[in-house]
Design a protein around this ligand. Structure first.
Ligand code: XMP
Length: 319
């Protein structure tokens, strides 16, 4: 019988049998899958688990602090936080091509994770939040973006010379099952029902070259949009919503003068499978409020637009 309880009991037993008294490391991203693995392994093997959380500088506002607050402080899990913002910005300096950005971001993640893993000399196992759809996708070895999606933190992105053995307790589960497990393990509903966030993060939501200043502006605009979606009870009615940074200067008026500042595009979609999507018909009053707040509260942004493109032909992300 499938109940979250049974699955948890079975998984705990299986993990204990597999890893024994060995040390295990896990790359914690703050996303649903790795978070559920963290909670599950903590329950199964407690202090044998060490998580590595890489703050790429391409995460959402305060995300690093939130991950640390929940997993390290609240749950008492060992989490090593790596502040890698400067490294990411240096690696991305001058790079405008989206696929090159993806490769750099994913590659650097593996490199940094490797460095941390090498320090944990006792670790014998690498835990991963691989879920059943990831297994199918990587077996199909699709080309292009679909393949890259899973090659970032997931199945395909492992160093070839890896000496760690893999433990993947969610490998047979679908996303909705993983969510149920997470709730049962006591993870907050908000985090379990968060919209998907791409591995390359804000790196593909800043069009063209990535700069720290751009990321800081985008984070603030995005946080306002998401905060208002929650406040208006719209967050769970859309499948994915976010802001995009357009590095073009558009004119605005301020007092007697004119100013030339950047543009933010808002994107919200409704979809079942993320293969096709329609743009969410958010209320005008809501969009008006979000636009005003962003322009008033984020100096450097003078214009806000709303993306009304469906997929296909447009993709959900802008890059
Ligand atoms: P697109 O833009 O292809 O996005 O319509 C479909 C879904 O995939 C996510 N996405 C990514 N996820 N790495 C990821 O982990 C990526 O490089 C990537 N590109 C797009 C996107 O957020 C949406 O949910």
């Amino acid at each position: 019988l499938w109940t979250a309880d049974n699955i948890i009991e079975d998984s705990i037993r299986a993990v204990r049998a597999k890893v024994g008294s060995d040390q295990v490391i896990l790359g914690l991203s703050g996303g649903v899958d790795s978070s559920v693995v963290a909670a599950l392994l903590h329950k199964a093997i407690g202090g044998q688990l060490t998580c590595v959380f890489v703050d790429t500088g391409l995460l959402r506002l305060n995300e690093g602090d939130q991950v640390m607050a929940m997993f390290a402080e609240h749950m008492g899990i060992k989490v090593i936080r790596v502040d890698a913002e400067a490294r990411y910005m240096a690696a991305l300096n001058g790079v405008a091509d989206p696929e090159r950005k993806r490769k750099i971001i994913g590659g650097l993640f593996v490199e940094i994770f490797d460095e941390e893993a090498a320090r944990l000399t006792d670790a014998k196992w690498l835990a991963q939040g691989t879920i059943y759809p990831d297994v199918i996708e990587s077996a199909g070895a699709k080309s292009g973006k679909a393949h890259l999606i899973k090659s970032h933190h997931n199945v395909g992105g492992l160093p070839e010379n890896m000496t760690l053995k893999l433990v993947e307790p969610l490998r047979e589960l679908f996303k909705d099952e993983v969510r149920k497990l997470g709730l049962e393990l006591g993870l907050p509903a908000d985090m379990i029902h968060r919209h998907p966030f791409p591995g390359p993060g804000l790196g593909v939501r800043i069009l063209g070259e990535v700069k720290k200043d751009y990321a800081d502006l985008l984070r603030r605009a995005d946080a306002i949009f998401i905060e208002e979606l929650y406040r208006h009870d719209l967050y769970s009615k859309v499948s994915q919503a976010f802001a995009v940074f357009l590095p073009v200067k558009s004119v605005g008026v301020m007092g007697d003068g004119r100013r030339y500042d950047y543009v933010i595009a808002l994107r919200a979609v409704e979809t079942i499978d993320f293969m096709t999507a329609r743009w969410a018909h958010l209320p005008y009053e809501f969009l008006d409020l979000v636009s005003r707040r962003i322009i008033n509260e984020v100096p450097g942004i003078s214009r806000v637009t709303y993306d009304i493109s469906g997929k296909p032909p447009a993709t959900i992300e802008w890059e």
